[in-house]
Design a protein around this ligand. Structure first.
Ligand code: NAD
Length: 421
């Protein structure tokens, strides 16, 4: 089977497809079947008029891409970001399909985004944007169709507004239309921490597999939002030394390890990490190059590239963020023997507990937090080993192995359903 050549690194979607192509070639699957998952199922662009606090009307652009519903309802977060674009959302939607397949939960893949700068929007304005976004997409959302969740710059408040808007139109409360909601309106215990907890589980599995003592490891975390801060907190509790962390304004570093509890207090008061006492300042570029054993990029895409991959000290990179490593960057890491636990496995804890939330909403019966955490581990640990097994069997890195496992599962489902006939 001959597929299109690699596209290089310029465009996130094309770079993602180049990785899909390579994995598909190694699997030697039917080219026609592969074509189905190479393209998104549906893409919608919406324009959202909003009356701003200053009395002016602004129109925001929003996207929703449903990549696949072969294995179940489309599933994926919604991000607010000034530079979000259709190609980025497309790539993220395709990753969601793979992610859900790798951890073997019954969802397809989707993603959404609204082009806006949340740093300059009031809470009321954000509420109006997400409510309008939900109204515009009403027909294609739903517990059996497409189930959004939080992503960059959106959180449980936004999810509550989505649930309420959808329910208003449905004339009944539909909790299962969205995950990552507050527990008081049908959210799952443990969902807020789930992605970071998954990152921690991956670190534990990697340490066992590579035979090093996790409790003696030095860790650097880029991004101190939902994923980064919880990863740092849980690894700190396991005895790791968190030596560096950052947010969008820059990073802080301490060779002796940061006091994570005090850091949370600092953020409550000052919003950003900057100025945390007893630490050295470092920019986001420098942060990635700090001496450490484990690096957790948990901010955004394209952070590890051909430019800095040779300067990274970490032995293991656990991708909390989606798409933090470029294709060229990864080649260099591979040559240097740096192990990368890829995003579609490393941050799959979030979507796994989102799945639990959806299940609980549909049952109307809610689980204890320790039950959620235990079931999360039950899903992630075998998934880690399945990816390692593919990697050994096909002699490929963990990312290609994860793509292969994901593509194989989606293609098998399509074949069994016969929906291509
Ligand atoms: P968040 O908005 O809660 O936090 C993002 C953090 O990264 C913040 O500290 C922000 O200041 C920082 N940041 C943003 N842009 C940056 C930049 N250019 N350089 C350095 N720091 C920057 O977002 P989140 O939910 O923690 O998501 C982070 C990443 O994890 C994203 O790639 C997201 O797609 C991915 N992810 C999130 C979840 C989830 O459940 N929240 C699940 C899977 C994957």
């Amino acid at each position: 089977m001959i597929l299109e050549p690699s596209y290089g690194d310029e465009n996130l979607y094309e770079a993602t497809m180049a990785r899909f192509d390579r994995a598909a070639q190694l699997l030697d699957i039917d080219r026609g079947l592969y074509k189905i998952i190479r393209y998104p199922m549906r893409e919608v662009t919406v324009y959202l008029p909003v009356l701003m606090d200053n009395g002016q009307i602004e129109v925001f652009t929003g996207y929703r891409v449903q990549h696949s519903i072969a294995r179940g309802p489309a599933k994926g977060g919604i991000r607010f970001a000034p530079d979000v674009n259709l190609d980025e959302v497309r790539a993220l939607a395709a990753w969601m399909t793979m992610k859900c397949a790798v951890v073997n939960i019954p969802f397809g893949g989707a993603k959404g985004g609204v082009k806006c700068d949340p740093q300059h929007l009031s809470e009321k304005e954000q509420e109006k944007i997400i409510r309008r976004y939900t109204s515009e997409l009403l027909e294609i959302l739903g517990p059996e169709k497409d189930v959004p969740a939080p992503d960059m710059n959106t959180n449980e408040k936004h999810m509550a507004w989505i649930m309420d808007t959808y329910s208003m139109h449905a004339r009944q409360t539909v909790t299962a239309v969205v995950t990552g909601k507050p527990a008081s309106i049908g959210g799952s215990r443990g969902r807020r921490e789930a992605t970071g907890r998954g990152v921690m589980i991956m670190c534990q599995q990697a340490a066992k597999w590579l035979n090093f003592d996790l409790s003696k490891s030095r860790v650097v975390v880029q991004g101190f939002g939902n994923v980064g801060s919880v990863s740092a907190m849980l690894l700190d509790r396991l005895g790791c030394k968190i030596v560096g962390v950052s947010d969008i304004q820059g990073g802080i570093y301490s060779e002796n390890g940061l006091n994570i509890d005090a850091l949370f207090e600092h953020i409550k008061k000052h919003r950003f990490l900057k100025g945390f006492p007893g630490t050295k300042e470092v920019d986001n570029k420098g942060l990635l190059e700090l001496p450490c054993d484990i690096l957790i990029p948990a901010a955004t895409e394209g952070q590890i590239t051909a430019e800095n991959a040779s300067k990274i000290h970490a032995r293991v990179i656990v991708e909390g963020a989606n798409g933090p490593t470029s294709v060229d960057g990864e080649k260099i890491l591979d040559e240097r023997g740096v192990i990368v636990i890829p995003d579609i496995l490393a941050n799959a804890g979030g979507v796994t507990v989102s799945y639990f939330e959806w299940v609980q909403d549909r049952m109307g019966y809610f689980w204890r937090e320790d039950v959620v955490n235990e079931r999360l581990e039950d899903v992630l640990v075998p998934s880690f080993h399945e990816v390692v097994e593919y990697s050994t069997r096909f002699q490929v890195n963990l990312r290609t192995a994860a793509y292969m496992l994901g593509i194989q599962r989606v293609v098998d489902t399509i074949k069994t359903r016969g929906i291509y006939a």
